[in-house]
Write a protein that binds this ligand. Structure first.
Ligand SMILES: Nc1nc2c(ncn2[C@@H]2O[C@H](COP(=O)(O)OP(=O)(O)OP(=O)(O)O)[C@@H](O)[C@H]2O)c(=O)[nH]1
Ligand SMILES: [Mg+2]
Length: 541
């Protein structure tokens, strides 16, 4: 781990309102490998949180990325689960969420986006807008999240900057507003021109700190002298041509258009070399919104209202293998959170005291005394909370439900040693509470060989790895031929336990009946055979 040493968590003299208004909570999204974890590391480094930025694909013994804390993530250099980090920057308290790009972990990424107030979209300059970026962008659009764009990997040969902008505009339908502009690319990447500051940032290989040069504008002849010629092209002239075209094509920047998701402020750089990351962060600090009102079944909830409220968007088992604890991640939406405060717990009659709350730096944690809207705290949880739970200190209401994905891949888990069956059930049960795998019981076999449903193939791999790593269980999986799971309910919404047509009925962890089917087509048939019965895509509606 990159040495999380500097604590951002100090008591301040600011008022509740001032504290709330200085919160900025954002998620980094993109297709796998665009560089999310790498830029997260560099941002934490800029924020003074880690002294040395880790490397994502660290060889044994070298630095590891702070936000990829699971052992499988560190081994493979792939993010599997999203990670929460806090730091102070330019007087703002930033909550940063690194997300996995792979579609098999998409559910985790979608939920994390619900907890953010804005998003940063990374584009690999060589690849342009990739499939998963497009999907995640659409989720941001639906959630009305303002989006920043960072075109990464300028140290590699890639598309021309105007081409990248065209790609973003055509594929995603959002206008780009570049604040910096790259000069050269790949081996010949010289630096960035900052359009509003009228400054050149010149980078040298092996050095993070740029040389900063004041210029009169993009047409300053000084630029050509400094950046020279590459492959017979005068890079200063090229900058002038690019920006002349750009100035014609884009109008002025309006903050409202950004907030409405019509324009995405954009910067360029190389996360790996830490080039342009500070300029991105400065732009973020200038433009990113403070927490805004959140929609609920009791109307809009203003962050500045005094009653405390928040929702659980993520549950993580075994963050600390030694303590086997479960952490419920709570996004605070209104009011002040205080350690030890009493709240009526969801679903239970008894009051619940929120005693053990932590702020996180990926896995590193620190006890929280107070937290404000926009903050994300981890509640050490013994099983009270579920994903989507709203927690309030005032009158009861529910924030909008968090979408669930329906599993499409099913397998039976077994373990050779009969003495370990109980631990297998327990382990799988705990991991299933995270909500990324669905635990099902075959009524014929009973709980001993649990059936699991997942959205993506890689989740099966992660499950086996974690059972081994976190529970020392060497489980085997046997694939089952199903691809569809549905929760049958009658018109009153009550679970239905017998169906016409001989479908296989299993039970989920809450003992609700679930039908598993081989094909989507079987579902149509089942619906015809059982009129009046609704087949829901998840147990929670
Ligand atoms: N050349 C170059 N490589 C980069 C840059 N940024 C990231 N990389 C490399 O790209 C690879 C993927 O980076 P990650 O940060 O793990 O990507 P990610 O988006 O977090 O990937 P997932 O979490 O799996 O979705 C790593 O090998 C990085 O070293 C860059 O600016 N230039
Ligand atoms: Mg990553």
């Amino acid at each position: 781990m990159g040495g999380a040493t500097v604590s951002p968590w100090v008591m301040s003299n600011l008022s509740f309102k001032e504290e709330t208004l200085r919160r900025r909570t954002f998620a980094i999204i993109s297709h796998p490998d665009a560089g999310k974890t790498t830029i997260t590391e560099k941002i934490l480094y800029q924020g003074g949180v880690v002294r040395e930025a880790g490397e994502v694909h660290g060889k044994a013994g070298s630095k590891k990325a702070t936000s990829d804390w699971m052992s499988l993530e560190q081994e493979r250099g792939v993010s599997i689960t999203s990670s929460v980090m806090q730091f102070d920057y330019h007087g703002l308290r930033v909550n940063l969420l690194d997300t996995p790009g792979h579609k098999d972990f998409g559910e985790d990424t979608y939920r994390t986006l619900v907890a953010a107030d804005s998003a940063a979209m990374l584009i690999d300059a060589a690849k342009g807008v990739e499939a998963q970026t497009r999907k995640l962008y659409e989720v941001c659009r639906m959630k009305k999240l303002p989006i920043f764009t960072f075109a990464n990997k300028m140290d590699r040969e890639g598309k021309e900057p105007l081409e990248i902008i065209d790609d973003v505009e055509n594929t995603l339908g959002v206008k780009c507003y570049p604040v910096t502009w790259p000069i050269g690319m790949g081996e010949e990447f010289k630096g960035l021109y900052h359009r509003t500051q009228k400054k050149l940032y010149l980078y040298t290989k092996g050095k993070e700190e740029p040389e900063v040069v004041d210029v009169t504008g993009y047409d300053d002849p000084k630029i050509s002298q400094r950046v020279g010629v590459s492959y017979g092209v005068d890079l200063g002239e090229k900058l002038k041509e690019d920006l002349e075209l750009l100035e014609l094509a884009i109008g002025d920047f309006h903050h409202e258009e950004f907030m409405e998701g019509k324009v995405s402020p954009m910067t360029f750089g190389s996360a790996k070399n830490n080039w342009g990351v500070d300029l991105f962060l400065d732009l973020f600090c200038e433009q990113a919104p403070a927490p805004f009102p959140r929609h609920s079944d009791a109307g809009e909830i203003d962050p500045l209202q005094k009653d405390f409220s928040g929702f659980v968007f993520k549950i993580q088992a075994n963050m600390d293998k030694k303590h086997r604890d479960r952490v419920a991640f709570l996004r605070i939406c209104s009011g002040q959170f205080e350690r030890g405060m009493k709240v009526p717990p969801p679903r239970l009659k008894r009051e619940l005291r929120l005693s053990y709350a932590n702020q996180f730096l990926a896995r590193e944690r620190e006890t929280v005394e107070v937290a404000y809207p926009g903050d994300i705290v981890g509640l050490i949880d013994t099983g009270y909370f579920q994903i989507g739970d709203t927690i309030t200190s005032g009158k009861n209401f529910q924030f909008d439900p968090i979408p669930r994905f329906s599993p499409e891949i099913f397998a039976r888990l077994s373990i050779k040693d009969p003495l370990k069956r109980k631990s297998l059930q327990k382990g799988v049960g705990q991991l299933a509470e995270e909500g990324t795998i669905q635990l099902l019981i075959d009524p014929v076999v009973g709980p001993q060989d649990p059936v699991i449903g997942v959205v993506g193939e890689l989740q099966l791999e992660v499950l086996l790895f974690r059972l081994n790593d976190e529970y020392k269980l060497d489980a085997k999986i046997e694939r089952m031929p199903f691809s569809v799971a549905r929760w049958p309910v009658n018109e009153a919404g009550e679970p239905v336990r017998s169906l016409k047509g001989g479908a296989r009925i299993f039970e989920d962890a809450e003992e609700r009946p679930v039908v598993l089917l081989e094909r989507e087509w079987d579902l149509k048939w089942l619906e015809k055979e059982n009129p009046g019965i609704k087949f829901l895509i998840s147990g929670s509606g």
